[in-house]
Design a protein around this ligand. Sequence first.
Ligand SMILES: CC(C)(COP(=O)(O)OP(=O)(O)OC[C@H]1O[C@@H](n2cnc3c(N)ncnc32)[C@H](O)[C@@H]1OP(=O)(O)O)[C@@H](O)C(=O)NCCC(=O)NCCS
Length: 189
Amino acid sequence: MPVLAPVELLTPRLKLRWMTQADVDAHFALFSDPQVTRYLGRPAWTERAQAVEAIDKVLAHYASGEAMRLGVELRATGSLIGDAGLWRIDDANRRCDVGYSLARAHWGRGYAPEALEALLAYGFDTLGLNRIEADIDPHNTGSQRVLERLGFRKEGSMPERWIVDGVSADTAFYGLLRSYWEPRKQPAL
Ligand SMILES: CC(C)(COP(=O)(O)OP(=O)(O)OC[C@H]1O[C@@H](n2cnc3c(N)ncnc32)[C@H](O)[C@@H]1OP(=O)(O)O)[C@@H](O)C(=O)NCCC(=O)NCCS
């Protein structure tokens, strides 16, 4: 596992930064909204304690190097509007998964691609990753649009991969290789 150092990534409108227990209320507000968790393969939270436990896990993962889940803050207000992270960081194979969620009030303004652009650059340039994967619900067209905008390619489908509240859900599997990412960094001729 890589050693993760505290991270702060700035984009024009956003700051991505390490989370702390001070983020519990905003984190709970995010994942207690069933519209946000609709395609995440788990039910919406009902207890604040679930957010406390989740952030404990985030902090443990910073220490182990397994995952780096960052809070997404609006620079204009300093409020936490979501999260974006690299998961299952596999040092030997230089790959990981990506995940992201924003509070519903902030959808449709291009914040997710803006945050991910910075996070993916960190993954490739600083962590030295070669491949970043995303497992999404094929009905989650918003997420699909975000991935395609960033250069991810659809690699396959896996039927009935998840069972949420007794209902099965499929996976659309996406990958972004360093070799797709690098040319996007070249300035236009
Ligand atoms: C998926 C998500 C991260 C997209 O973030 P975003 O910052 O809204 O992304 P964008 O502004 O670039 O919009 C992307 C697409 O979302 C959809 N979208 C935008 N506003 C929307 C809204 N109010 N309601 C539903 N979908 C919307 C559109 O399809 C849009 O594509 P378009 O720009 O080509 O029309 C966000 O909707 C979200 O947090 N959803 C809940 C959690 C989730 O599903 N995470 C992904 C798990 S794989």
